[in-house]
Write a protein that binds this ligand. Structure first.
Ligand code: SF4
Length: 909
């Protein structure tokens, strides 16, 4: 291939054209998506066009720049290195800054991260502010809400956009009051600062990824470190000390596809056996050659109660139960250790044996509900026996089903019964995101807490010197987010802190609400909050929807004003965000810059400052320090644990000469890496060695001396009977089930039992299958869905067992119509006996493509199938729904790769 001269502008245009060409075939279900024209397709193949495949020459005057993959994959925020020539990213590789060793593993990225240049420079990049053609400010008939998701767009300036938004905020507050604007981003939308200064906003309280771990886990004694229970398991060095590692409903090979699987593979090579519990034998399980314990979606309580039963019944001479642990470190397992605040004279031990309801929770009883073979329940119970070195590691997937409220308590209980906490080679806790396979307090820690984390955790905003409280104390919970807007009232029940899990749940009240505007920043709330059909109805009824984004994602498609946003590869000074706590405990990354902001994109800060000015506020009050200074502050205040593990010290060495040279504020300090070297390398990784003082054994101090190191629960111990958590759940007032202070079995909505028309006779109903929603390697939630390379590599099928397929006359590759009580999607079928009979799956995060004539979503968002309602508490049952599947007899269904990428049709481009 001839070498091609490049410039950033031509590269961007060419990359866009190339992407468009890839998307040029197929058709869209409606007219909102622009198809690439023939000229673009031709251009993509000419020497001056398609640059993505230009020959790579390291002798070009480029440089390797360290950049992050920042996506919310549940991964480890991996390192990418971008070969950049004049703002053009020619190649992307991952961490090769040092040899790969167990002590210092490379921080390798997965295919998602490695595809990012196509994502950033894609054809569907939002280039300039857009206004929906038939939307006009002023409310009433001017909004033409019925055209949201269908309309064309016109290019406007940032000045015009912010002027319109400011006028609308003013009008909506004046007409509807200060409780009329909702912000859809939970992850620190900095827009909150402006709205809270002007009058306030309505946040929503969402259990997010955590499911039932969001409610009252500190009350159980479980640690909460940004996310619940992630420091409840041990670090990567201790994985090698386990005889067996249980991955409970976890699939890091797809979810956290950076280093976590590397850590587990090292344990495997060292002789550790693996067990996987869940409804499918997933990629992680097969890679680790794990024993599969089948459990139907949402039936973990039945399974684990039966495990407890076997552990109790077959505990000959204390061979299984760790009575010392149960009596010294726990309350409420049996009548001997009831906590002081108990109001019910019952305990788990006696409940499991059937003392209160006459039903012993035997494996034979449980298998009817969970589908687990009786012998597997027994085997699992004996695995958990004291004396075995077992790590029980859960993701939050089992906690995201309806009726999973007892799962955190019961999962912990099984670990306590075998004494699998606080000792090397033993753990009972979470693995998730940056901590997957490597839990524990950070060894290297970024400095300067981010304002957006403050906003996320407290509901208040604190940027610069200005601290702004939201005047509204509302919090609409996730399950009724859309219903509340539609009906004009909601079930207020207080709040739960994202920072530490503390609950401020109060006596509920029905509150009127009148939401007229929705702002989306940092979040794809439109299509990730369950029930897309309801979300569309909500959006079409609002006066104003604003979306700040770099791609034409579903929320943008249904908005009125779309504003182009920078990414974290464009001028890193805007983004102190990657020097943050969400990086694995050994490793910290400081991103470099590959180019200036593309097109007319602006950062969150620039947007906020512009809007503040239009709203008559002083933008200098919102940000008092320059981006450069904020980034420098974050570097200076970053720390590393001292070698003896007892304290922390500065990570980075900075001299007065360097501070003067940079022209910034700060004091000289001595760390372990020089400032220039840190910035040049773009990262720092703490070298580990066996038995070093940084090894993390969760709860070790507590287990050694419970009185001296009490847990966050009321009793200071693990609460197998937890009065305060039951009181919280009952106070919410949304469940027909009265929660006991210890885990019990009950049936909830849209779970396995709902697949039957008649449970007693086992007659199946209209929706006879359970469909769950695994995370998928093609995307991180909804992000990266629009990346052609990933679309080609991962086709996003609908998964089903061969027996279920044969019963329906379906064959591999068929287009199938999947119907739930709430919506319909179409996908191509992948027959796969790694799924239990009666269980099927649709990958999480597809972008909705709603065909309004048929009501079928051809993009197959899982949220189209899910209903939104209160099941038992504020926990959102994202993870499964009941469905029927049949062959799709409608129009031809192209593969996603052959469809156009969503792009706005701009009438005055
Ligand atoms: S998507 Fe996740 S696992 Fe993959 S490169 Fe990005 S951060 Fe790493």
């Amino acid at each position: 291939m001839d070498r091609i001269p490049i410039s950033r502008r031509s590269f961007i245009g060419a990359a866009a054209a190339a992407t468009a060409a890839l998307a040029a075939t197929g058709c869209s279900p409606d007219n909102t998506l622009r198809e690439a024209d023939a000229a673009e397709a031709t251009q993509a193949t000419t020497p001056d066009g398609h640059r993505l495949d230009a020959e790579f020459d390291p002798n070009l005057h480029g440089e390797w720049v360290t950049v992050p993959c920042w996506h919310n994959c549940g991964g480890s925020r991996c390192m990418l290195r971008a070969y950049t020539v004049d703002g053009v990213v020619m190649r992307v590789k991952t961490d090769d800054t040092h040899d790969d060793t167990f002590e210092l593993p490379q921080q390798r990225a997965c295919p998602r991260g490695r595809s990012q240049r196509q994502h950033l420079f894609g054809a569907d990049r939002i280039k300039y502010p857009l206004k929906r053609v038939h939307w006009q400010p002023g409310g009433g008939d001017n909004i033409h809400g019925e055209l949201r998701g269908k309309d064309e767009w016109e290019r406007i300036t940032w000045d015009e956009a912010c002027e319109m938004i400011a006028q609308e905020i003013d009008r909506i507050y004046a007409e509807y009051g200060n409780r009329s604007i909702m912000i859809g981003g939970y992850a620190g939308a900095q827009l909150e600062n402006v709205l809270d200064q002007l009058g306030g906003h309505i946040p929503f309280l969402n259990s997010n990824s955590y499911g039932s771990y969001f409610v009252g886990t500190p009350n159980l004694g479980i640690t909460y470190a940004i996310n619940p229970d992630i420091n409840g398991s041990n670090d990567r060095l201790d994985l090698l000390n386990a005889d067996t590692i249980v991955l409970y409903s976890a699939n890091p090979a797809w979810c956290s596809a950076g280093n976590p699987m590397y850590h587990f593979m090292r344990a495997k090579e060292n002789g550790t056996a693996f067990v996987y519990v869940g409804p499918d034998y997933n990629f992680s399980a097969s890679t680790l050659d794990a024993r599969w314990i089948r459990v139907l979606p949402g039936s973990d309580t039945a399974f684990l109660l039966a495990v407890a039963y076997v552990m109790i019944i077959e505990d000959e001479n204390g061979s299984i139960l760790d009575w010392d642990f149960l009596h010294r470190c726990c309350v409420g397992f049996d009548a001997e250790t009831m906590p002081d605040d108990a109001t019910v004279d019952e305990n788990l031990h006696d409940y499991v044996l059937g003392a209160y309801d006459g039903i012993p929770k035997t494996p034979e009883w449980a298998t009817e509900y969970c589908g687990t073979p009786v012998e597997d329940i027994r085997w699992y119970a004996h695995l958990q026996a004291r004396g075995n070195n077992v790590m029980n590691l859960h993701s939050y997937a089992a906690a995201r089903y309806n009726g999973s409220e007892y799962f955190p308590q019961l999962f912990l209980t099984i670990g306590c019964m075998g004494g699998h906490l606080g000792r090397p080679g033993n753990a009972t806790g979470g693995i998730f995101s940056f901590s997957a396979g490597n839990s524990g307090e950070p060894i290297v820690q970024c400095g300067a807490p981010l304002p957006d984390l403050d906003a996320m955790t407290t509901g208040n905003s604190a940027i610069g010197t200005l601290t702004i409280a939201n005047p509204n104390d509302d919090a609409i919970t996730g399950p009724e987010m859309w219903s509340a807007v539609l009906k004009g009232s909601y079930h207020y029940m207080g709040t739960i802190s994202y920072a530490d899990g503390s609950s401020s749940i109060v006596e509920p009240e029905e509150r009127d609400i009148n939401i007229r505007a929705y702002f989306a920043q940092n979040n794809e709330g439109f299509s990730t909050n369950m029930d897309i059909n309801k979300a569309i109805e909500v959006f079409r009824g609002l006066d104003l929807v604003v979306c700040h984004t770099w791609q034409f994602r579903p929320t943008a498609q249904y908005s009125d004003i779309v504003l182009p946003c920078t990414t974290r590869w464009e001028n890193a000074e805007y983004e102190t965000g990657m020097i943050n706590t969400q990086i694995n405990r050994d490793f910290m990354l400081i991103p470099g810059t590959v180019c200036e902001p593309l097109y007319e994109a602006k950062s969150d800060r620039q947007f906020v400052e512009l809007l503040a000015e239009k709203c008559g506020l002083d933008p200098r009050e919102f940000y008092t320090r320059s981006d450069t200074q904020r980034r420098f502050d974050a570097v200076l205040t970053s720390t590393i644990r001292t070698e003896d593990g007892t304290g922390v010290m500065p990570l980075v060495t900075v001299t007065q000469e360097k501070i003067d040279e940079l022209g910034l504020e700060g004091k000289p300090q001595q760390g372990v890496i020089d400032y220039d070297e840190f910035v040049k390398t773009g990262s720092y990784q703490a070298p580990r060695r066996e038995n070093d003082n940084w090894t993390w054994i969760a709860y070790q101090d507590f287990v050694a001396d419970p009185e001296a190191h009490p847990l966050p629960s009321k009793s200071g111990k693990f609460e197998i009977y937890c009065q305060s958590r039951a009181d919280i759940l009952n106070l919410m007032g949304v469940s027909e089930h009265e929660f006991k202070p210890y885990p019990v079995f009950f049936q909830s909505k849209d779970n396995y039992e709902a697949t039957f028309a008649d449970w007693e006779s086992k007659t199946k109903g209209d929706y006879p299958l359970q469909c769950f929603q695994p995370h998928y390697l093609r995307r991180a939630h909804t992000i990266l869905e629009n990346t052609p390379w990933l679309r080609e590599a991962y086709v996003n099928p609908f998964f089903m067992n061969s027996k279920d397929a044969a019963e329906r006359g379906l064959t591999d590759g068929d287009a199938v119509l999947v119907s739930s009580p709430y919506g319909k999607v179409v996908r191509h079928l992948a027959i796969d006996d790694c799924f239990m009979e009666g269980v099927c799956a649709i990958p999480h995060g597809g972008w909705v493509e709603m065909d309004e004539e048929t009501g079928i979503d051809f993009g197959s968002s899982d949220s189209t199938l899910n209903g939104s309602y209160f099941a038992e508490s504020l926990v959102m049952g994202f993870n499964s729904v009941v469905v029927q599947v049949e062959k799709f007899e409608g129009r031809a269904v192209p593969l996603d790769l052959d469809k156009p990428l969503p792009q706005p049709i701009v009438v005055n481009e």
